[in-house]
Design a protein around this ligand. Structure first.
Ligand SMILES: [Ca+2]
Ligand SMILES: [Ca+2]
Length: 159
């Protein structure tokens, strides 16, 4: 009887360790999300441009399907939502890996980038001729997991 009690206790303690271990191992992945490959166009964005969209292509690692991305969860820098209608699954770079194309309102992106630049003390009067490299983060969700990826573009102020 005593043996059995200690056996039950040992099993319980082991289970606790396993549960704790799984939680610890899972945490970093949950925090950062699935690493997505992100390509943002135009690669050089003129802040004076009058184009309608900023286009982003998202690829996921093997084992994940871009069609599972819920477009209403896709945001640029956690601030600007992707257009909920204008998305498409394809293979824009013809590498055999499916990608999801999403579009962001270009004026909203430009406004957001200006706010970012002002924080860097860059304004229209002090804009560097060669432009400024800006990193943008794209996030979104599959059913239960989050995805995250980033790309850099060059912003210029010309014309
Ligand atoms: Ca790129
Ligand atoms: Ca592709």
């Amino acid at each position: 009887m005593k043996m059995r009690k200690s056996l039950v206790l040992t099993v319980c303690v082991l289970c606790l360790f396993i549960v704790a271990g799984v939680l610890v191992l899972r945490a970093p992945f949950a925090a950062f999300g699935i690493g997505a490959a992100v390509d943002i166009y135009p690669e050089t964005l003129n802040l004076k441009s009058s184009g309608t969209w900023v286009t982003v292509y998202i690829e996921l690692p093997e084992g994940y399907n871009v069609s599972d991305i819920n477009v209403t969860t896709v945001f640029l820098d956690g601030t600007i939502p992707a257009d909920s209608e204008l998305w498409k699954i394809g293979d824009y770079d013809r590498d055999g890996v499916s990608d999801m194309m999403v579009k962001f309102d270009r004026l909203a992106v430009i406004d957001y980038i200006w706010a970012k630049l002002y924080r860097m003390r860059i304004d229209p009067s002090s804009f560097p001729k060669e432009g400024v490299i800006v990193k943008l983060i794209i996030t979104g969700s599959l059913d239960t997991e989050t995805i995250e990826g980033s790309d850099t573009i060059r912003v210029i102020y010309q014309g």
